[in-house]
Design a protein. Structure first.
Length: 507
């Protein structure tokens, strides 16, 4: 297709949701689909090799976003990696496949997302995956996304699961993407049967690139959505510095991610009216929630010395557990995730010797923030204010995670390996422990929520993912999540793309 071609649907962003959406929409040969990606192609071999994940964090594949200084982190600025490549962040993440808790999606439903309960979204999770265990009431087989248990765990990964069992956590037969999320297990990974990364582009795009009704263009930065008389009619974009325009017949779907989707909406005049006017942007729809409701999972590294050498892990997340840290949460999703891997020297201070690491993750954070434009220039970056550790509850959850990690390290299963904590001794008092948390906590790169779905005053899209106040415009990525899922967010973002396709085709 040439640049003068006419398209029914234009999808902006080839990440988790965008790739799934492009696949499903273009399955109808009568529908003309254009998928635009600001980054380049993913034909570098590092995007197929799980062990090369750290290499994918290079500047040429990342937008380079960072927060404003965080008062809860002792004034530190924190980098938040966002994949700038075909496949988006699914080509730079650590491959863990975690849907979240069924209660997450029932919460979305309670908050006004009609048709997004767990029962409603489960068919889309199943449709997306090819689970090595075969189809069940909870799992899908034959879908684009290959999912299997970690095939090459190191000894400390096995010790982690065994140690969790010693502490009374559920481990035998645990499928945390099945009936219950809680417990410990080797991680399920998006990994082909040949051992390659199963990113959204590998799973959803590579098999269909020859469809004549689908065009996929990389290196295209969309700078504005044209809105005429309350309807999205086209886009402006640049390729290698050359500006172009394109009219769209039916709909524009923004799937540029939690940072760039609200950024594009605001640059196009959709957002809180007064801030847009102050930047000289013509207001097309006064939608105050654009850029609000920013929520992110946080991680805390907790490194341990090993008595013996350990192999370099094939995967950054080898095994993990999901649990609750305080009583009274019987009807809630887990609020704590703990990962383990054998030592990865590039991610640790030099000259540590033999080590392994617990990674403690807050998966139901209470702190919430926002993002905002700095100017009307599309090339300018954003102000990102996630308000990390704004709420003391989040600090307390990290402290609970440290306690649980120490209990795991003290189990019989870890006796051949554990030789003490590297940075925080067991005798540390409460003040020293909180100082450690605020000094070392960071992000696990799971931002969501800045174009949230719902019916309240800060909702940006309705339950059909249509942007309030603008016809012919939807958002379909992690930014529409009203609340964050209990665990890694890629699987849920892909599910959103799957469901969005059905919502669009039913219109």
């Amino acid at each position: 297709m040439t640049s003068s071609s006419v398209f029914d649907y234009v999808i902006i962003g080839a990440g988790a949701g965008g790739c799934a959406l492009a696949n499903r929409l273009s399955a109808d040969p009568a529908v003309r689909v254009l998928l635009l990606e600001a980054g380049g192609p993913d034909n570098n071999p590092i995007f197929d090799s799980p062990r090369d994940v750290i290499s994918t964090w290079a500047p040429e594949y990342d937008y380079g976003y960072a927060t404003v200084p965080q008062s809860g982190l002792k004034g530190r600025t924190v980098k938040i990696g966002r994949g700038k490549v075909l496949g988006g962040s699914t080509n730079v993440h650590a491959l863990m496949h975690v849907r979240g808790s069924p209660r997450d999606f029932d919460t979305w439903n309670f908050l006004g997302a009609d048709g997004w309960s767990y029962a409603d979204v489960l068919p889309y999770f199943k449709r997306s995956e090819d689970w090595e265990g075969g189809a069940t009431v909870y799992r899908g087989a034959g879908g684009p996304l290959s999912v299997r248990f970690n095939p090459n765990p190191t000894p400390v990964a096995h010790a982690f699961v065994e140690g969790a069992g010693e502490l009374g956590l559920r481990t035998v037969g645990q499928d945390y993407n099945g009936a219950s999320q809680e417990g410990a297990s080797l991680y399920q990974l998006v990994l082909t049967r040949q051992g390659r990364r199963a990113s959204s582009s590998q799973a959803y795009l590579r098999p269909i690139m020859d469809r004549p009704n689908l065009a996929v263009r990389t290196g295209c930065m969309v700078t504005k959505i044209e809105i005429e008389n309350g309807r999205a009619t086209g886009i402006r974009y640049t390729t290698n510095g050359v500006a172009s325009t394109l009219r769209v017949e039916r709909e524009i779907i923004v799937a540029a991610g939690t940072f760039d989707s609200p950024k594009l909406l605001m640059l196009s005049g959709v957002g809180a009216a007064d801030p847009l006017r102050r930047l000289g942007i013509d207001v097309k729809a006064d939608v105050p929630g654009v850029g609000q409701n920013l929520v992110d999972h946080m991680l805390l590294p907790f490194l341990q010395r090993s008595k013996q050498p350990l192999p370099y892990p094939e995967f950054l997340g080898e095994a993990g557990l999901f649990t609750k840290t305080r009583p009274g949460l019987e009807a809630a999703a887990p609020n704590l995730q703990v990962n383990i891997s054998a030592g990865v020297p590039p991610l640790a201070p030099p000259n540590l010797g033999h080590f392994f690491g617990f990674v403690i993750v807050i998966i139901q954070p209470q702190s919430k923030g926002w993002l905002a434009l700095r100017s009307a220039n599309p090339a300018d970056t954003l102000d990102l204010q996630p308000n990390y550790l704004q709420c003391q509850t989040d600090v307390d959850t990290f402290v609970d995670g440290i306690r649980l990690s120490r209990e795991l390290a003290a189990t019989r299963a870890f006796a051949p390996y554990w030789d003490g904590a590297i940075h925080l001794p067991a005798k540390a008092n409460a003040t020293e422990t909180e100082d450690y948390v605020r000094s070392w906590a960071s992000t696990i790169w799971h931002p969501i929520g800045t174009c949230k779905m719902g019916r309240d005053a800060l909702a940006v899209v309705d339950p059909q993912l249509r942007v309030y106040g603008v016809k012919g415009l939807r958002v379909a990525d992690a930014s529409v999540m009203p609340t964050i899922t209990a665990g890694n967010t890629a699987a849920a973002a892909i599910m959103i793309g799957e469901k969005a396709a059905d919502l669009i085709l039913a219109t």
